[in-house]
Design a protein around this ligand. Structure first.
Ligand SMILES: O=P(O)(O)OC[C@H](O)CO
Ligand SMILES: [Mg+2]
Length: 247
């Protein structure tokens, strides 16, 4: 269970948030389990097991960057290249992605911020083709986003932990670029939390409970679920029961 403490963001900074950026996989959508499943299947062929220390190094990254980590860290790169790994897992992922569910509290928080006029967007390492499969059951909810930046965007030269994707997201808000100090990022992955901090933004981390807690330290706040987020901690409008939709 994640601790729910606040780390180092100053009280002044917490009151200055005007814009919000959401990660997608593992934060808004319960899609990380699909990657875990196919990676377990592929590794089993080499009599190896997939664990959360490897997962922590892959999640949040662009596909090819995560694939390189996978074949190198598991020592199978002589038998399976990163490119072939991506081809091999593709059929399985394409069947899984359209079944993607929302993470608990995602719908409530997105509706709440949108109804209160807080500009929101998505910054996801995933590329457009996978994004479309993952979100096909949730297009209404994602239409509330001011914009969406994906990993294959030309402005995203390097994946997380590079700040590229969050800086691109900050640039595209109305009247952008928005000052990073005014932006709050929600992330589940260690690489994503680092990317947001590298961009100079504040980060709420909502990690999977299996992730080692040593990764919590970089985040400004760590929550077990989006349901536990209290907007007033960051100077954002409080939840009013009547105007929010529960998952
Ligand atoms: O967590 P996201 O949304 O940046 O997605 C990254 C990969 O597609 C999955 O780890
Ligand atoms: Mg993620």
């Amino acid at each position: 269970m994640a601790n729910q403490g606040m780390n180092d963001a100053s009280p002044a900074r917490k009151g200055s948030i005007t814009h919000v950026i959401f990660d997608m996989d593992g934060l808004l959508l319960d899609t990380e389990k699909f990657y875990t499943e196919v990676q377990e299947i592929i590794l089993a062929r080499y009599n190896k097991t997939f664990d959360w220390s490897l997962k922590a190094k892959m999640m949040g990254k662009k596909a090819i960057e995560a694939a390189r980590v996978f074949v190198e860290e598991t020592g199978i790169s002589d038998s399976l290249s990163a490119e072939d790994f991506l081809v091999e897992r593709e059929d399985m992922l394409q069947k899984m992605f359209p079944t993607s569910d929302l993470m608990p509290g995602a719908s409530r928080l997105i509706h709440h911020l949108h109804e209160n006029g807080i500009p929101i967007c998505v910054a996801t390492g995933t590329h457009k083709r996978h994004f479309d499969l993952k979100t096909q059951r949730h297009s209404k909810l994602f239409s509330l986003m001011h914009h969406i930046v994906r990993g294959d965007d030309p402005e995203v030269k390097q994946g997380k932990p590079s700040p590229d994707i969050f800086l691109a997201a900050a640039n595209r808000f109305e009247g952008g670029p928005v000052d990073p100090q005014r932006i709050l990022v929600f992330e589940d992955a260690p690489s994503g939390v680092l990317a947001a901090k590298n961009a100079g933004m504040s980060v709420v981390m909502v990690p999977d409970a299996r992730l080692d807690s040593s990764y919590y330290q970089v985040a400004d706040q760590v929550l077990s679920s989006l349901f536990e987020f209290r907007p007033a901690d960051w100077g954002l409008p409080r939840f009013e029961n009547a105007s929010t939709k529960l998952d």
